[in-house]
Design a protein around this ligand. Sequence first.
Ligand SMILES: Nc1ncnc2c1ncn2[C@@H]1O[C@H](COP(=O)(O)OP(=O)(O)OP(=O)(O)O)[C@@H](O)[C@H]1O
Ligand SMILES: [Mg+2]
Length: 283
Amino acid sequence: MPLILIASPKGGVGKTTLAANLADTLRRQGRPTLLLDLDPQNALRLHFGIPVQDGAGYMADRAARPDWRAHLRQVAPGLLLLPHGAVELRAALENALAMEHDPALLLAPLREMLADPSVLVVADLPPGPSAALQATAPFASLVLTVLQSEAISAAMLAEVESGRFLGSGTLPALFAGRLHFLLNGVDLQSRLSRSTAETVAQHLGPRLLGAVSRDEALAEALAYQRPLLDHAPASAAAADLRQVAAAVEALLPAPVARPVQPAAPAQPQHAAAFPLTASRGAW
Ligand SMILES: Nc1ncnc2c1ncn2[C@@H]1O[C@H](COP(=O)(O)OP(=O)(O)OP(=O)(O)O)[C@@H](O)[C@H]1O
Ligand SMILES: [Mg+2]
């Protein structure tokens, strides 16, 4: 039921890395999670061993296979991934326009995903304002805004806090209250990184849910296409991620226990893959 958006006003700050590894940490803590890739870069799948040349996904193939459930991949016990799919620039622009004209394109599937109270949906967004962010923000329990631990983040704090990157107008301003923050790439050996982190922490107070250290293990885990907690469970970033996951958990409603499913007759692979088939064995 709850929806967490991972967003940022600036690109390349670690959204996809944190979305993948936060979802993986939460599912290990007993929170069944669906990871939703809303970014045409289609990079979330790479954190879970899906081959680069496998470009299938719901936005890429929506004309041929409109049922989003048909695109779900189970990437770990308790963790389903809905890849965006590989799209050319032109198709990405057309998709953004289509979403702007008809938000139901995204909102109808999203409503179905959120209808299952036992599943957390974590969505990775493109950098900056986007049609996907504007459409989904009203449904989010949390908008986790990732900031890099660098001077520009401290300088831009007031702008970021205003929530203007959620879109223009009064509606996005209403959702600014759901903004929480994550500092990424904190380097305690660097005076600048450290003093930026301190400034941001003082300014944001409890809205800063956590900080993740600059740690090569995160980039290495991606190189091996596996989650950090598999690749380097004792790393500094792994410890940080566990703390972030605990802070996120504290803001979410308690997980809903899944009822035991009675044995059901076999169904076609694509049908009801979520939540029913997923609940048998996947979670
Ligand atoms: N804490 C960290 N320590 C070291 N490297 C990191 C850390 N966080 C992310 N990275 C690396 O930084 C790069 C960018 O990360 P990522 O792709 O997650 O950013 P992004 O915000 O999703 O980018 P975009 O805005 O393009 O979607 C990746 O190579 C990733 O491995
Ligand atoms: Mg990204």
